[in-house]
Design a protein around this ligand. Structure first.
Ligand code: ZN
Ligand code: FE
Length: 257
């Protein structure tokens, strides 16, 4: 398996997942047609599938032109996104399996950012869209804090810690700035920020992260951290400290950070 990130729009990532044995490939969240089309030709591969993590325009805007160019493309998305993902012709549920050449992709339903958000797992790689970012998570546009908590911590978070996290936006540096504001004493987080700033100063990509790194640095996976819980108690002294209440509060803080 080979994975190629394709930067699109101002800060989106689409990804090619290539089965090197068969030359077949899938594209995760084609945000734009042209950069994806160019990359497909550079690689001389056969595109067989579009894998959409959710319906937002900045993840599906390349769908229509790709389908026009390649009739018969499979277009995957959660079944509840029917009518919201252009050209969708496969309607997935949690636990389903998709194939690209000899590669198998497993589907995890992870609502929160939207009600139909899914992640795709191929070998040790997870494509999490706008649900899990490096150092953060997507806004709660359609789902609840409880859904996002379970999606991050119990669904995506249940995978092996070495799982590589290929996320939908290059938001890492600003996410880590926020993370440091709620957990300034986290030394691993401080070190990650230094590494990320170094990468970004050279124009590099911070994708992929790993689940292990996210568990150590992503505040939305650290709702049991003493430092974050103390902050919650200061802000909401009358409220019971639960992981979901903590996630809800820090997500609100992040919205206006
Ligand atoms: Zn989105
Ligand atoms: Fe997005």
């Amino acid at each position: 398996m080979k994975i190629i990130p394709i930067p699109c729009l101002s800060d989106n990532y689409s990804y090619l997942i290539i089965c090197e044995k068969t030359g077949q490939a899938g594209v995760v969240d084609p945000a734009e047609f042209s950069p994806v089309w160019e990359k497909i030709h550079q690689q001389s591969i056969e595109l067989v599938a579009i894998l959409n993590t959710h319906h937002h325009w900045d993840h599906v805007s390349g769908n229509t032109k790709l389908i026009d160019k390649i009739p018969g493309l499979k277009v995957y998305g959660h079944h509840s996104d029917q009518g919201r993902i252009p050209g969708q012709n496969v309607f997935l549920d949690d636990g389903d399996i998709v194939t690209i050449g000899n590669l198998e992709g497993h589907i995890t339903f992870n609502p929160g950012h939207t009600t139909g958000a899914v992640s795709y797992y191929f070998e040790d790689a997870a494509f999490t869209g706008d649900t899990m970012f490096a150092g953060g998570c997507g806004r709660l546009f359609e789902g609840t804090a409880g859904q996002m908590y379970r999606s991050l911590n119990e669904k995506i978070g249940a995978h092996p810690s070495a799982t590589k996290i290929y996320f939908g936006h290059e938001y890492t540096e600003s996410n880590l700035q926020f993370a440091l504001s709620v957990e300034p004493g986290n030394q691993t987080l401080q070190e990650k920020m230094t590494q990320v700033q170094e990468i970004r100063s050279k124009g590099g990509y911070t994708t992929p992260s790993t689940l292990e790194s996210e568990k150590q640095t992503n505040p939305f996976l650290r709702c049991d951290s003493t430092e974050i819980q103390e902050l919650f108690k200061q802000r909401k002294p009358q409220k019971e400290v639960t992981p979901i209440a903590v996630l809800k509060e820090i997500r609100l803080m992040k919205d206006s950070f």
